[in-house]
Design a protein around this ligand. Structure first.
Ligand code: NAD
Length: 415
């Protein structure tokens, strides 16, 4: 396994093409991005000096629709990372039948060290540099790590001013008052609960009797807990950072979302809880483990501790390649991030649809449509997994590459 994410992404495409026995042109086209634009963004800093920041935007493959993907603002963002992330977005969109290609953006900057004025210039400068390559039917960015809804609002405004027209659908992840969708905030966590219920059924587990442990009580983890509870499952443990360190709370009868919300940052003070260290958390005897905090949380060592039969990847890339190999050997089913946490991109798609129509849906309509789409994707991938006798993750890649290859064939891009 390389530590270059782009090479890893290429290897995943290659391995899926090999299993599917696709014609050579499929890998030849999918092994690199269709376009990668690099811009230099000048910002007049508050001290009067000018600093330039690197900005990137990659479109991996647009056979299924306009490029779609977040903008990551982080000092360690690299050219190759942005390309790799755009490849994974192609898979993520295709796997749920969301009509987009893979895209991703990046700005090499530490947003926590910039003032509001500097961030606004950065956001507007990014759009000015990339204007020609963005658009409702060309490439539709969204927020990612380090990019707030406020930054997206400045970007949309800059784009609309340059275009001389209202084009809210050029970006998603907007605040609801400025064309965002109801349901977007809870969509990723909600989707995780839907996938949890579906996979439990395959293991003959009644979800009402299922026990879960959740790592991370941020946006994704907390909403996952909320909907697990609504579906009748029992969340027995939650792990989070606290001022005095990282620990988990455990209660056999489970927690309600409401009490966890009310005790954010002070879980230790809750009644009737057992405090666990991270090792004990990962070793819990629960049915489903949900890493919903950050990438690379479960490596080889942690994977050996896990007793759950099912791991739902709520975060992006929480299981390392080595951790994945341990799970495969131990027969533990890992439901991959590109399906499990795809609720966010699905509702981004609904935001775009609502912007294009100028007609807005209720939260109930949004979540019902999301649920239907995710169940359909789950069933398709399960069938692929059974047909090819591969892991859930491999099945998700096979499924999405096949969809892209089929359309490229119709478009005459293949031999
Ligand atoms: P967030 O910042 O709201 O929440 C992350 C939480 O995890 C924080 O509360 C943090 O304190 C906690 N945390 C960090 N390290 C931890 C550790 N070692 N153990 C336990 N808790 C820890 O972020 P989020 O939006 O919930 O995103 C979480 C993950 O899901 C990320 O990988 C993100 O890329 C991915 N994701 C998010 C969305 C979305 O819609 N927000 C969509 C798809 C994927």
């Amino acid at each position: 396994m390389s530590n270059n994410s782009f090479i890893n992404a290429q290897q995943q495409v290659e391995s899926a093409c090999r299993i599917l026995n696709t014609e050579p042109a499929v890998f030849e086209i999918l092994k690199d991005v269709e376009r990668m634009i690099e811009v230099s963004i000048p910002v007049k800093m508050d001290d009067g000096t000018i600093r330039t920041f690197k900005g990137y935007r990659a479109a991996h493959n647009t056979s299924l629709g306009p490029a779609k993907g977040g903008i990551r603002i982080h000092p360690a963002t690299t050219y190759d990372d942005v390309k790799a992330l755009s490849i994974w977005m192609t898979f993520k969109c295709a796997v749920t039948g969301t009509p987009y290609g893979g895209g991703k953006g990046g700005i090499v900057a530490d947003p926590t060290k910039l003032s509001e004025n500097e961030l606004e210039q950065l956001a507007r400068g990014y759009v000015r540099g990339l204007y020609k390559y963005l658009g409702e039917k060309i490439d539709v960015p969204a927020p990612d790590v380090g990019c707030s809804a406020q930054m997206i609002s400045w970007m949309v405004d800059e784009y609309c001013q340059l275009a001389g027209t209202q084009a809210l659908g050029t970006f998603t992840g907007k605040p609801v008052e400025y064309g965002g969708s109801l349901g977007r905030t809870e969509s990723t966590g909600f989707g995780i609960s839907v996938i949890g219920r579906q996979v439990a059924k395959k293991f003959d587990i009644h979800f009402e009797e299922a026990t879960l442990a959740v790592q991370g009580f941020g946006n994704v983890g907390s909403h996952a807990v909320k909907y697990f509870e609504q579906l009748g499952a029992t969340v027995q443990a939650v792990m989070e950072w606290h001022p005095d360190g990282l620990f988990a709370i455990y209660r056999e009868e489970g927690f309600t979302y409401e009490e966890l919300e009310a005790n954010r940052g002070k879980f230790k003070e809750m009644d009737n809880v057992k405090i666990l260290n991270p090792e004990d958390f990962w070793s819990l005897d629960v049915d489903i483990m949900v890493p919903a905090a950050l990438a690379n949380a479960i490596d080889e060592r942690v994977a050996k501790l896990v007793k759950a039969n099912i791991v739902l990847e709520g975060a992006n890339g929480p299981v390392t390649t080595e951790g994945d190999a341990v799970f495969k050997e131990r027969g533990i089913t890992v439901v991959p991030d590109i399906l499990t946490n795809s609720g966010g991109v699905i509702v981004s798609y609904y935001e775009w649809v609502q912007n294009l129509q100028g007609f807005y849906w209720t939260e109930k309509e949004v979540l019902e449509r999301q649920e239907e789409k995710m169940i359909q994707a789950f069933d398709e991938i399960w069938d692929t997994k059974e047909k090819h006798d591969v892991t859930f993750r491999e099945a998700a890649y096979l499924n999405s590459i096949q969809k892209v290859a089929d359309v490229m064939k119709l478009q005459g891009k293949l031999s």
